[in-house]
Design a binder for this molecule. Structure first.
Ligand SMILES: [Zn+2]
Length: 435
């Protein structure tokens, strides 16, 4: 190694350390720096007598890159011995906050890996490669530096409205059914607050119970799917908050009923599941589209195929019920919307179609939180948080089996407080090296 120190020490910028020698490893492009602490004296932690040197031990760790060049520190770690023969302290080695015992990375390099994987959106594998460490070492860095950020209370913000939304996390396999997760979103700013590993009342209740009372008290509205366990959990954990049932999920109830009626009619009239030439199968998508999106010719085709494939008029009735429900969202105030829902209830009852009777019952049961949309206009749709979950599931999908890692990475990406400045601003200058 070349003897060249002080300039590189400044460049390294590691408090309490000086560079004694440096070497550019040609094959790997790594910059190897021999470092040691500037502390020349030590005292026995047990008896306070001044310690004597007991040799050194070599510790190799990877540090932040300098000018995109990977940096390896070779730390000649001092060993000390108590000069007092009767003292039980014996020998010990020096310690430093930046390099933990048995570490393969400096703490600031570990923080940087966490930043790259979190807001930097790199994969753990890529961050690991960038520092020449294993996937596990990189993931441990993400965990150690990420968890305090994610657990930081400031990350909760101060939402007045939150949304609970279910998302599938892992598709069903032979070993387990589809795993569902609950995303909790700050609807004021559209940010994911947390992800829970279940879609259950217990998961939500437990999560709410772990939050500070003043924070909970600030939440005025909770937007949910029409899913009873969510409602139960909110009633228990946030008794002062008001439920709003998500607009999209309400319409989906009607679409589901319509699909069920169509499939049942298909089976009853043809004796088989929908095929390409079957009238009801042809119009299955058009039935679900909003009526206003069909031009007169398109609607005429729907009517013609209903004539051909829906002898009892039940599919047509379900289509109308769906449109009646959608109508309730077209009016400005909740009172008028309620009137339209009553029209829907009457219509469904008179239709004598079991799926529609059930639909009306469900809507009636959720009526108050459904109509609250008219006061609040709150919805879970198109929030950054839910989109992020969906995007991530698509990308990471089946391979991403560890829920804790999944949650951590998701939350680091969307809104964990990030005070660390990026590497570029820590080291603005190019190294002036003449190796
Ligand atoms: Zn001692």
């Amino acid at each position: 190694m070349d003897r060249d120190g002080s300039g590189v020490s400044a460049l390294l910028g590691l408090d309490g350390f000086v560079v004694r020698a440096q070497l550019l490893e040609e094959t790997t492009g790594e910059w190897w720096l021999a470092v040691e602490t500037t502390q020349e004296r030590a005292w026995c932690p047990s008896c306070g007598v001044r310690a004597v040197g007991h040799g050194r031990r070599r510790v190799v760790v990877r540090d932040l890159p300098i000018a995109d060049r990977p940096v390896v520190l070779v730390w000649a770690k001092r060993l000390w011995r108590c000069a007092e023969p009767a003292c039980p302290a014996g020998t010990w080695s020096e310690e430093c906050d930046e390099i933990a015992p048995r570490a393969v990375l400096t703490e600031r390099a570990r923080a940087e890996i966490c930043r790259r994987v979190g807001p930097g959106e790199q994969s753990v594998a890529r961050a690991a490669r960038g520092f020449g460490v294993s996937w596990h070492a990189a993931m441990a860095a993400v965990r150690d530096h990420g968890r305090p950020r994610v657990d930081h209370l400031a990350r909760l913000g101060a939402p007045r409205a939150v949304g609970l939304d279910e998302t599938s996390f892992l598709a069903a396999t032979l070993e387990h059914p589809t795993l569902l997760v609950t995303g909790i979103v700050d609807l004021d700013v559209g940010r994911l607050i947390d992800v829970l590993p279940a879609r259950s009342a217990t998961a939500v209740t437990g999560w709410l119970a772990s939050k500070p009372t003043p924070w909970l008290a600030g939440i005025r509205h909770v937007v949910i799917d029409p899913y009873q366990p969510y409602a139960t959990a909110v009633a228990k954990g946030l008794p002062a908050a008001r439920l709003v049932v998500d607009h999209f999920h309400v319409i989906r109830l009607a679409n589901t009923a319509l699909d069920e009626v169509r499939r049942r009619t298909q089976q009853a009239t043809t004796g088989h599941r929908g095929r390409k030439a079957d009238p009801l199968y042809r119009i299955r998508r058009r039935l679900l589209a909003g009526h206003e999106r069909l031009d007169p010719a398109g609607f005429a085709r729907v009517l013609a195929w209903l004539d051909a494939g829906d002898p009892e008029g039940e599919v047509g009735a379900a289509y109308l019920a769906k449109e009646l429900l959608r109508d309730s969202y077209l009016v400005a105030n909740a009172l008028e919307a309620r009137r339209r829902l009553v029209v829907l209830y009457d219509y469904c009852a008179a239709s004598d179609v079991p799926e529609l009777v059930r639909l009306a019952r469900t809507i009636a049961r959720w009526e108050t939180p459904i109509l609250r949309w008219h006061h609040t206009r709150l919805t879970n749709a198109t929030t950054e948080g839910t989109n992020l979950i969906v995007k991530n599931i698509k990308r990471l999908g089946f391979g991403f089996r560890n829920f804790d890692n999944y949650r951590l990475r998701l939350l680091l990406r969307c809104g964990a407080p990030w005070q660390h400045r990026p590497v570029a601003s820590i080291r603005p200058c190019q190294p002036r090296i003449s190796a």
